[in-house]
Design a protein around this ligand. Structure first.
Ligand code: MIG
Length: 781
């Protein structure tokens, strides 16, 4: 007999399986199936490509609260669908897909119009047991899986088991499962067929993507009923468009938020902040935003300023604003428990009963930066409003954005920093939420970060009602994009983290969260000059471009690494600023269609299997491709060029696609390519986004046949919502040897200052004109 060392895995209780369809009944938006023993399956047809599947073992479908889903069933337009019955199944057909429900045993199967199956239940379609419910689906050999929110791994997640449970995953590695963000959404792609699946549960949940059984996907949740949405594409863009219709899109941020952000834990006095800004401006390193980390506070009390180190924040911020710098302050959820000290946030919160209570009714205490702390229940609208308003302590002196940290939540059961302490969350049976939303922490843990960000966002909208603000959060759930940008927390100053950043950010983008970034230079540890230079090159591609570093580490400002690295950093930050009109248009695409800004190649080439595992090349929008260097000592690399013609950004040399090429990449160069038909707007370098009106714009055009709509507005206010914006369609076409560029008429009520436009067609030369907003045609011989 073999002897086992350690523990044998626990035998899991068996699943009760869904049985067979007894009868069914059509309602306006779908069909209810009676599946015996009082159990019920409901399919709702919300759009021709969107089906909601719910199953309840006891027949009761609890009303779902709008925590993640932004567009409830009732708000979708009615869809035409047909129902047919055979002895074996009930068939529902929309304009896009067919869903078959097999009678015995009951299982759900989907088909595209060519008859290819997808999201097909296995024979054990749905199972339930105490405290858990699950569904199993078949996966074909060709399927690849992306999204899943924030994942510290490469691009394709097939073969992994992925948990959705927000956690302070300090020191995360490629092996880490639970992350800061929990977004139970993924997309599955294979040539000509793609679908997305949103698992609508805020409880602990998990996707087993062929980890336990090679060709089986398991969805599992500690919820009492099953609720998921199937979103047919087939293209990733369509999947995301529908997914973000369901869970919401990001609001258009202020344009300055797209510039360079400089952060450190901490710039902890007025003197230090002034010196930092002086360095940036003297050295002509463009920058828009300085972040203030926890040391600006008085003893880590949120919504206070340290009087010694920041005696006059208003004056400081005024001075900075004259130099084009915005200030963003960190806010943690833990409120110092300080009943003796006349600390209003604690006193008011206790008085009004705003803090999380344990099941026995006592206010819950945990330990974090301010030592003993209490925690607002952000599930409650009144608490969010109170918290959002407290931000006036910051906005009154000119703060323009809020950075929410530690909101997984991160806390200890003993004094923080004490090695004895354990990381904990609130007790699972603690009460959370108010009114109809009142429930327990088991159901709301995953929502804490998102609701904190919501409080921030809504508060800033009131306090800075005429200006757009910036919100950044570490934790979030599906839908977090409605309120906040996201950064990937505590990465390390190591090459592996640089490499991992691109697929992490791409998967977030494929999960509906477009405004994302990783800390440039790495947070923990000391970057080497070479690592820092390479990181700034990649950082230029991040939708959120922020440099940061941890207390006690080497400083990570661009000039800390010698002249050569400083020059490289300047060059790439400048490139970012030159591309701001392009990036801003991509943000508008994200805000209106849910498109990611940073895209893996598979987003635009979903039928090219060579892109399926390609995690170290990215597209910014649809027109610029980067193939960065993320290893020490490497000065050239292989680049995959998808079909079509590609142009080297630096030399303008052209290459045929559908091949791999070897390119040089000395330290000062990140390989960049332009796609055929690209139209890329560029402006002269500025030291901050709003430094100068754009009176000169260069359009870089690559021969080909494509179009591009440029979006512009004032970049600061909400006037764009009332038509004060402008869109401009540009089109490039080939006519024999000629290249023709069509400039459309400017549309919308926002008129930029008079500007010179230079249109450069690669290999053909330049033409320029003074823009009067009218359409015109330019021909290049
Ligand atoms: O316990 O505020 O991820 O960006 O600088 C660490 C200090 C708390 C973690 C964040 C990091 C931030 C740091 N915070």
């Amino acid at each position: 007999m073999p002897e086992f060392i350690g523990q044998l895995p626990k035998r899991e209780p068996a699943w009760n399986a869904i049985s067979s369809v007894q009868s069914f009944r059509r309602y306006t938006q779908g069909i209810h199936f009676d599946c015996g023993n009082n159990s019920r399956l409901t399919l709702s047809i919300l759009a021709p490509n969107l089906i909601r599947v719910r199953f309840s073992p006891n027949g009761e479908l609890t009303p779902r609260r709008s925590w993640a889903v932004n567009l409830p069933d009732a708000e979708w337009n009615n869809v035409n669908f047909d129902i047919q019955e055979t002895d074996e199944q009930i068939i529902i057909e929309t304009d896009k897909i067919k869903v078959c429900v097999q009678r015995d045993p009951c299982k759900v199967m989907c088909f595209d119009q060519a008859g290819n199956p997808f999201a097909h239940d296995t024979d054990l379609g749905i199972g339930f047991r105490k405290g858990e419910i699950s569904s199993w689906k078949e996966i074909t050999a060709e399927e690849r899986f992306y999204g899943f929110g924030e994942r510290s791994q490469l691009l394709n997640q097939r073969g992994k088991c992925l948990t959705n449970w927000t956690t302070d995953c300090l020191d995360y590695t490629m092996l880490t499962d639970e992350m800061y963000q929990a977004i139970p959404f993924f997309m599955s792609l294979r040539p000509n067929l793609g679908y997305g699946l949103f698992f609508n549960t805020t409880f602990w949940s998990q996707f087993d993507v062929g980890a336990t059984q090679l060709n089986t996907l398991q969805l599992k949740t500690q919820d009492s009923e099953l609720d998921y949405y199937i979103i047919y594409g087939p293209e990733p863009a369509k999947i995301l468009e529908t997914y973000t219709q369901l869970t919401g899109r990001m609001p258009l941020p202020p344009r300055w938020a797209l510039g360079y952000h400089q952060c450190r834990w901490s710039y902890d006095s007025e003197t230090e902040v002034r010196e930092l800004v002086k360095q940036l401006r003297d050295r002509r390193i463009p920058c828009d935003v300085i972040h203030l980390d926890i040391d600006y506070m008085q003893g880590f009390r949120v919504f206070t300023w340290n009087k010694q180190r920041f005696p006059n924040p208003k004056k400081l911020i005024e001075e900075l604003s004259q130099q084009g710098i915005k200030v963003v302050n960190i806010i943690d959820p833990g409120v110092k428990f300080d009943p003796e000290a006349d600390y209003q946030v604690c006193d008011r919160g206790l008085e009004q009963d705003y803090f999380i209570r344990r099941a026995d009714g006592q206010v819950f205490h945990g330990y974090v930066w301010p030592d003993r702390a209490v925690f607002p229940d952000f599930m409650r609208a009144d608490v969010r409003e109170w918290w959002g308003n407290l931000q006036h302590n910051l906005t009154d002196v000119g703060v323009a954005g809020i950075w929410n940290d530690m909101n997984e939540p991160a806390l200890n059961n003993q004094p923080f920093g004490d090695l004895e302490g354990d990381k904990i969350t609130f007790p699972m049976d603690a009460s959370s939420g108010g009114g109809d939303d009142k429930t327990t922490w088991r159901e709301t843990h995953n929502l804490y970060g998102m609701n904190m960000a919501r409080a921030s966002y809504e508060g800033l909208q009131k306090l800075r009602s005429d200006k757009r603000s910036f919100v950044l959060t570490r934790s979030g759930f599906a839908g977090v994009q409605r309120y906040s940008a996201v950064w990937t927390g505590d990465n390390h100053s190591k090459w592996e983290y640089l490499e991992m950043s691109l697929p992490m950010l791409c998967n977030l983008g494929l999960s509906g969260v477009a405004f994302v970034g990783a800390d440039i230079g790495g947070f923990a540890g000391d970057a080497s000059p070479e690592l820092f230079a390479r990181w700034m090159q990649l950082g230029m591609l991040y939708p959120l471009m922020r440099g940061h570093s941890m207390i006690g580490t080497k400083r990570h400002e661009p000039w800390e690494f010698g002249q050569e690295v400083e020059d490289i950093c300047r060059k790439y930050i400048e490139l970012r600023y030159q591309l701001l009109p392009y990036f801003y248009t991509l943000f508008w695409q994200a805000a209106t269609k849910g498109e990611p800004i940073l895209r893996p190649l598979l987003y635009h080439y979903p039928n090219d299997v060579k892109t399926y595992e390609l995690y170290d090349q990215v597209l910014i929008g649809s027109s610029i491709m980067a193939a960065p260097i993320y290893r020490p000592g490497v000065e050239n690399r292989m680049v995959y060029l998808p079909e079509g013609t590609w142009y080297d950004w630096w030399s303008r040399k052209s290459y045929q696609g559908s091949q791999h090429i070897l390119v040089d990449a000395p330290l000062e160069k990140m390989p960049l390519f332009i796609r055929a038909g690209a139209i890329i707007p560029l402006v002269p370098v500025m030291q901050y986004a709003e430094e100068l009106p754009v009176n000169e714009m260069r359009l870089l055009v690559a021969p080909g046949k494509r179009e591009f709509t440029l979006y512009e507005d004032d970049g600061l206010t909400f006037a764009y919502r009332d038509g004060m914006n402008s869109t401009r369609q540009y089109r490039v076409d080939l006519a024999g040897n000629q290249v023709v560029v069509e400039v459309g008429e400017r549309k919308g009520n926002w008129n930029p200052d008079e500007r010179k436009v230079i249109v450069e067609v690669i290999g053909k030369g330049e033409q320029e004109f003074i823009d009067d907003g009218k359409g015109r045609q330019l021909v290049y011989q």
